[in-house]
Structure formats: C-alpha cells, structure tokens
Design a protein around this ligand. Structure first.
Ligand code: URA
Length: 210
C-alpha cells in the first residue's frame, strides 16, 4: 500500500491536490467522503501537520475546520501567528472512522501501514511548500516524519531536522518540532486544561521564532 504511484510528475500544490483527490493508495479512500489535502500557500514559513481529517473536515474537504481546528485557530492567534503564514495539512489524507449507532462516525487512529502509505503526499507537500519550520501536532504526525521511536512526551518542543532517511535535501533545511494534538488539549477537561492550552500556545510561539 502506497500513494507513490498516484503522485503527479509536475508537483505544484495544485497538481498534488488534484492527484490526491484520486488516491487509492490505501483502503481509507473507500469509506471517506473525499481526500482532504493541505491548505495554505507555497513558501508558507510554518507547516502544521495533524493526524488525519475528522468528521467535519471529511465533509468540508479542508483540514482543521472542526473543533480541533477552532482550538488551533485560537492558539495561533494567542501565539501571534497569522494563519496566512501557515500551511495546514495532515499525515493521513482520508478520514478513518467506525460507525456507532447507525449514523455517528467515530474517529479511529490510522495505523502505521496507513500512515506510511500516505507519507508520499506529506513529503511532496513539504517539498512544494518549503517551510522554515514544521510543527507536528501529535504522535501520528511526529512519527510519520521522525520515526516510530519518537515520543512527543519526551521530545516535545525540541528543534530537530528531518531524518536523512527521508532523502529530502532541502535548502534551507526546515526545523521540525513536535507538540501535542489540539484535540488532546480540547479533551483535557481537568483543572490542567488551562495549563495544557498555555503550553500548546508556547510551543507554537517557539515554532514561530525558529
Ligand atoms: N484533527 C487533525 O489532525 N486534522 C484535522 O484536519 C482535523 C482534526
């Protein structure tokens, strides 16, 4: 399973998005409404990489338009980052879900095979956008780019580089930094919620300073 054979020869953001709309590189295309490709402009200095589109993103065809996206938008504002300076995408481009009680679609975490199958799109987006900094939002995004041994809990906020194994040779090389996923902040309804949100904003601020 891999998206590689769906990648166009000419790789602009537009041609990539058009080609990704027809991707059947793993089985997730079958139940999803559509491919949710990244959003933003070429040369955006900050690339934000989430896990996969959620229910609302799947319907809208755009990343980060649901509850996690709204928290992310607020955090960007609090970190003084203009959203126009970001390119927002996901490690996996189709919504993976199970059905509960007939209609309700419950998010399911993509497995390693699905993340690896979709990685060529993410690599192609990085190559087309050429961001200065890539912020991995949560473990799925971080492990897609930095490998399965990566632990957000241990290495959150560290300024890293893309592994040589990805063979990207970008000049200048982007800095890669991982933080938690905005939905983890959203789900934390304990007394620690405020602190979790502040730390998330701090990580975004750190990224913007890179
Ligand atoms: N969560 C993600 O990781 N990405 C989205 O686009 C929406 C929710």
């Amino acid at each position: 399973m891999s998206a590689t054979r769906y990648l166009p020869e000419n790789r602009t953001l537009g041609s990539l998005a058009d080609a990704a709309a027809h991707c059947q590189g793993c089985s997730l295309f079958a139940d999803a409404t559509q491919t949710v490709f990244g959003r933003g402009r070429r040369r955006a200095p900050i690339m934000l990489v989430g896990e996969q589109p959620g229910d609302q993103e799947d319907r809208a065809g755009a990343p980060f338009v649901g509850p996690a996206g709204r928290l992310l938008a607020r955090a960007l504002e609090d970190a003084d980052i203009d959203p126009a300076l970001t390119y927002q995408t996901n490690a996996v481009k189709h919504f993976k879900f199970t059905r509960k009680g007939g209609k309700r679609r419950i998010h399911q975490k993509p497995n390693r095979t699905e993340v690896v199958a979709c990685q060529p799109w993410l690599i192609a987006e990085i190559d087309a956008v050429r961001p200065h900094v890539i912020v991995c939002l949560g473990a799925t995004a971080a492990q897609s780019l930095l490998g399965t041994a990566f632990r957000v809990s241990a290495q959150r906020g560290e300024a890293l580089r893309l592994p040589a194994a990805l063979d990207m040779h970008l000049d200048p090389e982007p800095i890669v930094l991982a933080t938690v996923h905005p939905s983890a902040v959203l789900r934390d309804r304990s007394e620690r919620h405020g602190e979790a949100y502040r730390l998330f904003v701090d990580d975004l601020r750190l990224a913007s300073r890179c």
